[in-house]
Design a protein around this ligand. Structure first.
Ligand code: GCU
Length: 848
């Protein structure tokens, strides 16, 4: 382990690829004089290689050397020296040095950190706690923080897990950073270096377990070879105190798993099924003696479960609980259980499902079952009320499921700093029994006096060196761990720790990234779906770009019920689905009434006319228009804010993020235009500011002079400007679109909106009077200035011309004279026929 940790560390300093995340231990310049404030000796009170305390010793050694250039000596066991840092458990310390004066009150995983006095003490309640305290101390050092501190820190909740939706073939459901670090070709990969690095990153933010495979699980995880592989995963994560968990396929007993018995039933109360799971569980614990437990998605989205046999969900959960109980493992049983519904039934509502299914079962779950509840009642939307289930099963352990991967929130191609969203849920007061009942105090176990509870974050890291697909998105992973440890922490100060650790302490860097990040969720909400209507993305396809129509007319019940006059889900008890009545009475009555429902959840709870006036004094439809324009305008500033950091952070990460901000700036306009045009078309109500449908700087591709290009009606219509685009008339021959410019002579930004479909890499050349302005390829590499991005955008691709494939490239400072001919030559490739939507010739500073 010694060698492994050291060689990893050596790799980290070499390049700013993102691989080291916030654990870069970047050298602090001019810090020589601080050497006397640093320890010279490291005493790690466990000499067993691979123990977290041993790891902590290595980490201290490497960190202090890298940040400050100071080489410390490492000792194991009792060592008396001035200027030392002692790391170990409280018990190890007591054995070596005698009882601690003023022993702190620590719970499992907690630590005591004291930098007062001659010896720095980092003492954990357990080994893991000692490692957490070590990372905290190193975080201070890496930020040049020498404040004298002496405090105990305990986790708010025992369960602080990540969920990875990795499939055994190496793909990742809703993963946007390349293939799995855990699996390939049906088995666990041989080289687990990235898994070990991931465990290190997770330990540094207090995460104590990883569920390594998709909730849509595959029974072949349970072959002897894969069980052995799980043992290997556990072995590389154990030095960091991170345990393994796995997702189970409920019908595994009948799945003919190689090496296991094949039954004819998976009925959870059938004795042969009980014996099957007991046996498999015992096999796993032989290879992974400290496995954290199971995660189960049952009777949800086509998955089998106990309901298949008319058994209850609690009977299903308890089946696993009993198999795990002798090994002290736990079952995370997901509350994401719902049926498809019919929109013609005004009272039908998927949001009701969790409480309908689970409330009657309160008290029937074994004590090692935890119900894992998504933060909102539907599915990780940009705005949801807190799930009422948190308040409805007081006799049951609960955990909150958050999504670090941005499935519905821009798939890491849009900057969205999520903690402010999470805080609206964690700090929400359910007022159960008219007593303060914050969601965070329910999931910690405190409010209903439960011993288990906590956090599950769906992360979906991949082999991409940025881990989740974008450098800036890593703030969400960092903050997830920090909030799971202490949900009262302030999202801004968490963010700023992360910025300093990731990019350095230059105040302009810290301030700029802080501002962009804090503006990002409101901006995304404004241009994707405001007023509680949810993310108006394509829920049937990629979950990426706009497609408001897709919400309605299917069984998923993410309905908007938008018609020509009105919009929103009536979830009242008096006239709607009754969902508001699932909350404790004070909250229920707030949401029941239009007047007391906050505007940002208005359309979640009420069906209203477009002309209904909001608390802001503006009508619903006008607010839609205004906010979509405002959100997209804010997203333009992310690009310029990021550009202001050129030279202040390393070129590699600067450039990579620049492409993403450029993409977001363009795609936010796609969102804006699609949503406002869709509702403008539906409601026939004009935008009082006359922006919608009125684009003075645009040249529609279909109105250019075309040679080898044909006009194409885009579906959904609102995802193309003026509903139409052009595509080359053949799959092999280039087409040309020309236009004689009528704008006055001057300098302009020229933006070209095109479509980047999956299945082809068309290429384009833009020229003015036959002089090339730029050329680019539609291959998911965002493009800005004169270079194509080195990395591919990781979002789910689309094979169509639609809101997912729509993309913009901008050429700045182009000199144009009246009467110049603008020409685009598009060369098709594969199925992609060099599609073009429009060109904007923009006076400098104007965005349209
Ligand atoms: C969403 C997501 C699915 C996922 C499901 C779940 O619906 O789109 O990919 O399987 O949630 O959480 O189980």
């Amino acid at each position: 382990m010694h060698l492994l940790a050291f060689s990893l560390f050596a790799g980290f300093v070499a390049a700013e690829s993102g691989l080291a995340a916030w654990l870069r231990y970047a050298p602090l310049s001019g810090s020589q004089h601080l050497h006397s404030s640093l320890p010279s000796h490291i005493v790690a009170l466990n000499s067993t290689v691979g123990s977290p305390v041993y790891t902590a010793g290595q980490e201290l050694h490497n960190g202090i050397q890298s940040i400050y250039g100071k080489q410390c000596n490492i000792h194991h066991g009792h060592w008396d020296a001035a200027s030392s840092v002692v790391v170990g458990t409280v018990d190890e310390y007591t054995k070596a040095y005698g009882p601690l004066h003023n022993a702190p009150t620590l719970i499992a995983d907690g630590y005591w950190l004291s930098t007062e006095g001659g010896t720095i003490q980092i003492l954990g309640q357990n080994e893991r706690g000692a490692l957490y305290g070590t990372f905290q101390y190193l975080s201070m050092l890496a930020q040049g923080n020498f404040t004298k501190v002496a405090y105990a820190s305990n986790p708010d909740a025992p369960i602080r897990w990540t969920n990875e939706w990795d499939n055994l073939d190496g793909s990742i459901e809703r993963g946007f950073a390349g293939p799995s670090i855990f699996f390939a070709n049906g088995v666990i990969v041989n080289n687990l270096t990235r898994v070990s690095e991931y465990a290190r990153i997770l330990a540094s933010i207090g995460i104590n377990a990883v569920v390594v495979n998709n909730v849509n699980a595959n029974a072949s995880l349970l072959t002897p070879q894969n069980i052995q592989g799980l043992g290997r995963i556990a072995d590389v994560m154990r030095p960091y105190g991170v345990q393994v968990g796995i997702s189970l396929f409920f019908a595994s007993p009948t799945s003919a798993v190689q090496g296991q018995a094949n039954l004819t039933t998976f009925d959870p109360i059938d004795e042969s099924v009980v014996a099957w799971w007991t046996n498999v569980t015992d096999q796993i614990y032989e290879k992974v003696p400290d496995m954290a437990g199971y995660l189960v998605k049952a009777n949800s989205e086509g998955q089998p479960g106990p309901l298949t046999y008319n058994r209850t969900l609690s009977q299903g959960a308890n089946l696993f609980a009993k198999a795990l109980q002798p090994h002290r493992g736990i079952v995370m049983f997901r509350a994401f259980v719902y049926n498809q519904l019919n929109e013609s039934d005004w009272k039908a509502d998927r949001a009701n499902a969790a409480v309908d299914f689970f409330k009657p079962l309160d008290g029937e779950f074994d004590s090692n079952v935890v119900i894992q509840i998504k933060y909102g009642p539907i599915d990780f939307q940009v705005r949801e009320p807190a799930s009422p289930l948190f308040a409805n099963i007081p006799q049951t352990n609960t955990a909150i499921e958050l999504q670090v991967t941005q499935e519905y929130l821009g798939q890491q191609c849009h900057l969205v700093y999520l903690p402010p969203l999470w805080k609206t849920i964690l700090d929400f007061d359910m007022q159960a029994d008219d007593k303060p009942s914050l969601v965070r105090n329910i999931v910690s176990g405190e409010r209903f006096n439960k011993s288990l509870g906590g956090y599950a974050g769906v992360v979906n890291v991949g082999t991409n060196e940025t881990w989740i697909g974008s450098h800036l998105a890593m703030s969400n992973l960092y903050a997830y761990g920090r909030l799971a440890w202490d949900p009262t922490s302030d999202p801004t100060s968490i963010l700023q720790d992360w910025i300093r650790l990731t990019f350095g302490a230059d105040p302009s860097v810290v301030n700029t990234i802080t501002q962009m990040s804090l503006e990002s969720w409101p901006a995304y909400e404004n241009y994707s779906g405001n007023l509680g209507i949810q993310t108006l993305t394509d829920i049937l396809y990629t979950h990426f770009g706009p497609n408001p129509q897709s919400q309605d007319g299917n069984g998923y019940c993410q309905w908007t019920r938008a018609d020509q006059k009105s919009i929103g889900m009536d979830r009242t008890v008096s006239n709607g689905t009754g969902f508001s009545g699932q909350y404790p009475s004070a909250v229920a009555s707030q949401y029941e009434n239009l007047a007391t429902t906050p505007d940002n959840l208005l359309l979640w709870f009420h069906h209203v006319n477009y002309t209904t006036i909001l608390k802001s004094g503006i009508s619903v439809i006008q607010d839609f228009y205004n906010q979509h324009y405002a959100g997209a305008a804010t997203a333009q500033t992310f690009l310029t804010q990021w550009q202001s950091l050129k030279g202040k952070i390393d070129e590699e990460r600067y450039t990579d993020q620049l492409f993403r901000q450029s993409f977001q700036a363009g795609h936010s306009l796609v969102w804006r235009d699609a949503i406002v045009n869709f509702y403008h078309n539906l409601s026939s109500i004009a935008d009082s500011s006359n922006r919608v449908g009125n684009y003075p700087h645009r040249i529609e591709a279909e109105s250019m002079e075309l040679d080898g290009y044909s006009i194409y009606a885009v579906n959904p219509f609102e995802t193309a400007s003026n509903k139409t685009a052009i595509v080359t008339s053949s799959n092999t021959t280039a087409g040309t679109a020309s236009y004689t410019l009528t704008c006055g002579s001057g300098t302009y930004d020229v933006a070209v909106n095109y479509f980047d479909q999956y299945g082809g890499n068309s290429s384009y050349v833009l020229s003015i009077n036959d002089k090339t302005v730029g050329n680019w390829t539609a291959n998911f590499r965002p493009w800005i200035g004169n270079t194509e991005g080195p990395r591919v955008l990781g979002h789910t691709p689309s094979i169509y011309l639609d809101g997912h494939s729509a993309i913009r490239v901008t050429f700045s400072d182009v000199t144009i004279a009246m009467g110049d001919v603008l020409k685009i030559v598009g060369t098709p490739n594969g199925v992609e026929k060099a599609p073009l939507d429009y060109v904007s010739v923009l006076p400098l500073g104007v965005v349209d």
